[in-house]
Ligand binder design. Structure first.
Ligand SMILES: NC(=O)c1ccc[n+]([C@@H]2O[C@H](COP(=O)([O-])OP(=O)(O)OC[C@H]3O[C@@H](n4cnc5c(N)ncnc54)[C@H](OP(=O)(O)O)[C@@H]3O)[C@@H](O)[C@H]2O)c1
Length: 310
């Protein structure tokens, strides 16, 4: 079989089916990486920005001893080679340790990666956003972020100042775009009322099969405003993982992929959502990356609606 004939799905199935040795896994990862590079990529276009992968990698717990650092770095590199080249971190993840771990992965590969970090609500006064950004850049070992997010909402009266600070960072080429996180529809409406508020690139919010709240209001709002949603905890998060569900397993068996891949394929099904699952091992990343090549049928979507009502 030629390299281009090995799809990511076949790759995931092979890994699951055989207890492959490390060298064999690495060889297959290279093969699947080559296939991923030639396959049409699933991407989401940011307003005024580039197309980014529909599936990125969350980095909240990385660099904090949950898994050996070398394994976490290998997981990130594996994900990047399989098309998950958007990395989501924050200045406050592990007091900067997540960003420090990412610096090893970014070194020598910066241009391939779409890098997202965040600033906290209690850092916004005065020149706080510029200082927080400088600290993140230093920990990450890079001179720009692709996207900088306000991690949690602040009072609407402060939106104009936050946007002005983000725009100054953009003009100084420290960030290429900015956005928000955990904003409600009414906060998004308020944001659009301040000067340059319309430049917001995304709103990062929780979205998974067992947390479909945004379908009521925020998801349609973002679609109307041509703004992609970035879905965090897309597997349900540590305490509420969806992957043991029987319907997911059955659909996964039909597609030759894991329940996790089906859950992620569901999150990114509409074309306006970027999912950022966190995985601490290359094995989990490979399973997750298979979501990029899973197209769920109308019948499968119906079964998932029944198993996980909106
Ligand atoms: N903006 C915000 O306020 C906010 C809030 C929360 C999260 N986030 C972002 O979203 C990212 C993801 O969210 P999250 O960590 O809460 O939830 P998640 O991605 O839904 O779930 C992470 C969990 O899924 C497991 N997992 C991943 N792939 C798997 C697979 N194929 N099979 C089995 N288990 C698998 C991971 O275990 P292993 O570690 O063992 O692989 C981990 O326990 C974070 O890293 C962060 O970047 C943002």
């Amino acid at each position: 079989m030629s390299q281009s004939q090995l799809s990511r799905r076949e790759f995931a199935v092979r890994c699951a089916a055989f207890a492959l040795s490390w060298p064999a896994l690495r060889a297959l990862a290279r093969e699947a990486g080559a296939a991923a590079a030639s396959a049409p990529a699933r991407t989401v276009r940011l307003p005024e920005g580039p197309a980014v992968p529909a599936l990125g990698q969350g980095c909240w717990h990385l660099g904090q001893g949950r898994h050996p650092a070398a394994v976490e770095e290998e997981a990130l590199r594996t994900g990047i080679s399989l098309g998950m080249s958007l990395l989501d971190t924050s200045g406050n993840y592990g007091h900067g340790r997540s960003e420090e771990l990412l610096s090893h992965v970014l070194a020598g590969d910066r241009e391939r990666i779409f890098l997202v970090s965040k600033v906290e609500g209690d850092e916004i006064d005065g020149d706080g956003i510029a200082r927080a950004c400088a600290a993140s850049l230093s920990r990450l070992g890079t001179d720009y972020l692709d996207l900088y997010l306000l991690h949690w909402p602040v009072p609407s009266a402060k939106f104009a100042g936050v946007v002005a600070a983000f725009e100054q960072l953009r003009a100084a080429k420290k960030i290429r775009a900015w956005g928000v996180s955990n904003f409600s529809v009414s906060q998004m409406d308020d944001l659009l009322k301040v000067p340059d508020g319309h430049r917001c690139a995304t709103n990062q919010v929780p979205y998974s099969l067992n947390n479909r709240r945004i379908e009521r209001d925020l998801l349609p709002w973002c679609q109307q405003h041509h703004m992609p949603v970035m879905a965090y905890s897309p597997l349900g998060g540590d305490k509420n993982l969806v992957i043991k569900d029987r319907t997911l397993a059955q659909i996964g068996a039909a597609h030759g992929c894991s329940a996790a891949a089906v859950a992620l394929a569901w999150v990114i099904r509409g074309g306006n959502v970027i999912a950022i699952p966190e995985a601490g091992s290359p094995e989990h990343v490979r399973e997750d990356a298979a979501a990029l090549s899973v197209a769920l049928t109308p019948e499968e979507l119906k079964s998932l609606d029944a198993a996980f009502p909106a």
